[in-house]
Design a protein around this ligand. Structure first.
Ligand code: CA
Length: 371
């Protein structure tokens, strides 16, 4: 079709909708469909759901967000859908939530896909990859760039529907008891850093250790570990790490945009009337936006608080350290996609989207931030 006729079509469409004609017949159709569905909905039937989370009960932003989601759903459904939210360990241990939602013992759960790396290695591309996409890019990829299709495909065998249920936004590099001036300073460095980032650090000569959230502070204080990463200025401030570590490093190369995940049991989801299904979907979308705004707004306030009031010393990782991490990240990913075909397929899609986004951001966001 020629450019001219495309333009004509567009103009005709715009004029028609401006005078309220074009949508008329489809409007009637959808009203008719809605009426039928409405007839089938029993408005007196109430649903009681359980949501397990991997967060400590009422954890700022993460747990708080789940509580808010439950409130929104309750209000939107006129009290027909009640979701009881449980913190990690309240109903079942945090890391058992995948199985509990999968087998239908509970209806939904909140966590992050990298927690299930042992079951679905390729799922890690839907949380955060070192030097990978940030929160804006991840949302664009998953929601509008074909990511959801792949995400849903790998969770289907587990009878689960995954949703993007939030994002921590860009994280910080972490708290260090000694300065990192060059690649040599990574040797023997004992750092609490889980997942992908931990593998990269180990390859770069450091030692990645696992420490439960509640024990990080004392381990850092006693010198059992030299460094830890956590989330960003707001949560790090609440954890009090500035009291036991001197240097606060950036950027958070290992978690540039940690996607948080909501999983819903597939059968339970489709047993709900369509209006309640939609309320869950829209509630999760609202939660995704709320979490990111909350993280970014609080982080900007608390970063200044840490610097001005607590006299924290900010440090940027030297270039050779970041280059080393980048190189080792490639090795970790290559080993991963060599072993798992699904990971290969997803990484290719991930990378393709990231590259095309980079072209776009080099004439938009990237250049704008430097003005
Ligand atoms: Ca982290």
């Amino acid at each position: 079709m020629s450019k001219k006729s495309n333009r004509r079509k567009f103009i005709e469409k715009s004029i028609a909708s401006a005078i309220g004609v074009s949508g008329f017949s489809s409007c009637v159709e959808s009203n008719e469909k809605e009426k039928q569905e409405t007839v089938n909905v029993n408005f007196n039937k109430k649903y009681n759901w359980k949501m397990v989370t991997t967060w400590s009960p009422n954890m700022p932003v993460l747990g708080e967000g789940c509580n808010l989601f439950s409130e929104w759903v309750n209000k939107m459904s006129g009290g027909r859908l009640n979701i009881n939210v449980y913190g990690g360990g309240e109903l079942i241990p945090s890391l058992e939530s995948f199985d509990a939602v999968s087998n239908g013992a509970v209806e939904m759960g909140s966590g992050a896909s990298y927690y299930w790396a042992g079951k679905i290695p390729s799922g890690q591309f839907f949380s955060s990859v070192p030097f990978g996409m940030n929160s804006k890019q991840m949302n664009s990829w998953i929601i509008s760039g074909g990511g959801y299709e792949l995400y849903r495909e790998i969770y289907e065998p587990f009878n689960l529907i995954p949703f993007v249920g939030g994002n921590t936004s860009m994280q910080m590099g972490g708290w260090f008891n000694k300065e990192i001036n060059s690649f040599d300073d990574l040797k023997g460095l004992k750092m609490r850093i889980p997942g992908f980032g931990g593998k990269v650090l180990s390859k770069a000569g450091g030692t990645a250790v696992t420490v439960a959230g509640g024990e990080i502070y004392t381990n850092l204080e006693r010198g059992v570990i030299d460094a830890t990463e956590w989330i960003g200025p707001y949560h790090d401030y609440l954890m009090g790490f500035y009291q036991v570590a001197k240097y606060y490093y950036y950027p958070g190369w290992h978690e540039p945009g940690g996607v948080l995940e909501m999983i819903v049991n597939r059968d339970k989801f489709y047993q709900l009337p369509t209006d309640l299904q939609e309320i869950i979907k829209k509630g999760i979308e609202a939660l995704n936006i709320w979490m990111q705004c909350e993280f970014d707004a609080k982080n900007s306030i608390y970063l200044n608080k840490l610097i001005d009031e607590e006299k924290v010393q900010l440090r940027k990782f030297p270039k050779d350290v970041l280059d080393t991490f980048k190189l080792k990240t490639r090795e970790v990913i290559e080993e991963m996609i060599d072993k798992d075909l699904k990971s290969k397929k997803i990484f290719e899609a991930y990378n393709k989207f990231k590259n095309s986004f980079n072209d776009w951001s080099s004439v938009s966001d990237k250049i704008y931030y430097d003005l």
